[in-house]
Design a binder for this molecule. Sequence first.
Ligand code: NAP
Ligand code: F7E
Length: 330
Amino acid sequence: MAKKALITGITGQDGYHLAELLNKKGYEVFGIIRGQHNPKRITVEREQPFVKLIEGDLTDPSSLIRAVELAQPDEVYNLAAISHVGHSFKVPQLVADVTGKGVLNMLEAIRLSGRADQIRFYQASTSEMFGGLDYNRPGLGYDEEAVFHPRSPYGVAKLYAHWITKNYRESYNMHASCGILFNHEGERRGLEFVTRKITNAVARIHLGKQDHIELGNLDAKRDWGYAGDYVEGMWRMLQQDEPGDYVLGTGETHSIEEFLTEAFKAVGIDDWKPYVKQNPAFMRPAEVDILLGNPAKAETVLGWKRTVDFPGLVKLMVENDIKIESESSK
Ligand code: NAP
Ligand code: F7E
């Protein structure tokens, strides 16, 4: 019989890639969708008709109990969150409720389902829990043992979610794993994140639809990988006999300036400076200056390895945005 997976955050970047992966593997895929007028419902229905959508919200415990009851899943992937770090400073309490306490609601729905011993759980933890300040091992990067020091309401909420997941593993013997994922991007990345904001603007500048882009801090460094690679790692975590925590990253870090250089290079522009203006509105009250992941454990235990490198990632995103922007009149 086909395995069943329930995905929260089905309309997000990772939800798309994970649903594709699990469908290819023969899973029956269920996705929790929120809101009465969610325009992304149509997108999922058209692009991924194999996904069975169930209405629900991480802040509504009864909807999660109903979703677990309807799907009877073997695996639950909790990808839902308010995931934008800058936005989290503006709606910190909502972020605590969704990104933090919402995970407790999901864990309780599983615990009380009567099938907790048959359900494996994945929690989408994040490199934002490290915060960049205690970067005391230059060159080695953050691994599963590194010190946490979150620098945003998002990072703090995710740290609660991370520990409550570990707590349910230890208290109730649940097969609950946390993937501590460094930034991963791709064709499905939201336009509000810096990589896609840049590749979309580069495409539009190339096509004469826009003349500049406004950004915040250009000095920050991130460990950027491809989302398609990272969902493979999530799945591998849940196939292990024992639950655990794993870092997924590339082991490389690049600045926003380097990303700009690579993106503009893809359309034949060597000097990006005339096209970029800095706008303080995109600065954050506290910044994470540098993130670098050490995925040695995932590589050894899970046999996981990223397949897309930094230049390859930027190129695929720019080419995808040129295609989309060429087909749209605005
Ligand atoms: P994303 O594109 O922002 O997707 C977030 C998803 O969460 C969307 O489907 C959204 O639904 C859903 N959601 C938001 N609030 C909800 C609520 N109250 N109830 C139910 N669903 C809700 O994020 P992503 O990039 O795919 O990331 C997936 C997960 O990994 C997130 O938890 C994120 O924090 C974490 N993460 C991401 C990265 C990364 O680099 N991408 C790295 C580490 C960890 P709507 O469409 O209805 O808004
Ligand atoms: O910012 C700087 C910004 O919003 C990256 C989420 O998926 O990854 C993501 O969080 C950097 C920051 O991603 C703009 O200040 C400059 O230093 O693309 P971002 P993020 O904050 O790293 C982690 C791992 C997650 O878990 C999160 O869910 O870029 N930056 N100018 C800008 N950032 C944005 N968004 N927009 C700008 O104009």
